[in-house]
Ligand binder design. Structure first.
Ligand code: ATP
Length: 299
């Protein structure tokens, strides 16, 4: 009996990326049940298996070919690639597509009272971090020497207990730093989640599955960034209203029953565009403005 090859994708089991990853896969139409304790979740309507692991294990699983693809933060990916290169282990991968979640930055933070006068003031200091390779690369590129102590969690507490002079850790809002009496002094790496794959050519049947999945992922991402906007516009201002609409698509213009002076205008735009342009639209006499989320966008 021959079994159909299944595409294996690694994702974070639990943590900051797991919910967004699951949501993405579900919105791509994958039926998967990850509520149980199984580490290998079967997608019931496509030949795909989801392997649920620690984030830090994902790069290695993809680079070693255990999984065909993985969804992981660029920070974890880059750290693993540098470490594996140093250890002379396989460290190549292909970034199939960037994803629009998991945004954060890896930053150096110092106690508030530290007199920061540029990168050179970090020379010779000791940092608590989960990312020694990225920190080392930053130090090398900037001509300074740093020491590090490796901590896998609660990095922010290290300076207060005398373990280090500063920290090098992930930041999104900066609230945790502030709560721990630290200030961000240098951003050393910017990160979002990415879909990565092993550099080897996929066997044709697996490539076919990826060729179905990838446009869906891109469609879901595009939809997340876009809004469907409907408004009523004065007919005699249509040219000015259309000129405010971005993108390659021309707006859809529809008549309104019983109104010779007004038309309905529909357009797909990013939310940022909308807030920036709303006041101008209003001043042209537009009203009944509706902004709606888009579930999916293909083509
Ligand atoms: P694991 O425990 O699964 O090995 P982890 O310790 O990195 O991984 P999380 O804290 O859940 O687990 O972080 C997962 C990823 O989420 C990070 O590697 C990073 O890419 C992203 N992320 C986004 N914002 C933040 C943030 N403010 N702090 C930490 N990680 C963040």
């Amino acid at each position: 009996m021959t079994t159909e090859p299944r595409l294996r994708i690694a994702m974070q089991k639990s943590g900051r990326l797991s919910e967004d990853t699951q949501k993405l896969l579900k919105r791509c139409g994958l039926k998967l049940n990850v509520s149980d304790r199984r580490l290998l979740a079967h997608v019931s309507n496509m030949p795909i298996d989801i392997m649920r692991v620690r984030s830090s294990d994902i790069p290695g699983l993809v680079m070693d070919g255990v999984c065909d693809l993985g969804i992981v933060g660029d920070n974890t990916l880059e750290e693993a690639a540098l470490e594996r290169q140093l250890m002379e282990q396989s460290h190549s991968y292909v970034k199939t597509t960037g994803l629009n979640f998991g945004g954060c930055r890896l930053s150096i933070a110092m106690p508030e009272e530290f007199n920061y006068q540029g990168i050179k003031s970090l020379d010779g200091l000791r940092f608590a971090t989960t990312y020694p390779q990225l920190l080392n690369r930053f130090a090398r590129n900037n001509g300074i020497n740093v020491e590090f102590c490796l901590l896998k969690g609660s990095v922010e507490v290290a300076p207060r207990v005398g373990l280090s002079d500063g920290i090098c850790d992930l930041v999104s809002t900066g609230a945790t730093l502030e709560a721990n009496g630290l200030k961000e002094v240098e951003v050393i790496f910017k990160s979002t989640a990415s879909l990565i794959q092993n550099p080897a050519v996929l066997e044709p049947s697996k490539q076919k599955i990826l060729d179905t999945l990838l446009p869906r992922i891109q469609g879901v991402m595009k939809a997340k960034e876009s809004k469907y906007i409907m408004l009523h516009a004065p007919k005699d201002k249509l040219a000015q209203v259309s000129a405010l609409m971005p993108g390659k698509e021309t707006p859809t213009v529809l008549p309104l029953a019983g109104r010779e002076d007004l038309v309905a205008v529909h357009v797909v735009a990013t939310e940022t565009f909308f807030w920036e342009t709303m006041e101008e639209l209003k001043s042209l006499g537009c009203d009944s403005i509706l902004v709606m989320p888009i579930e999916k966008m293909m083509g």
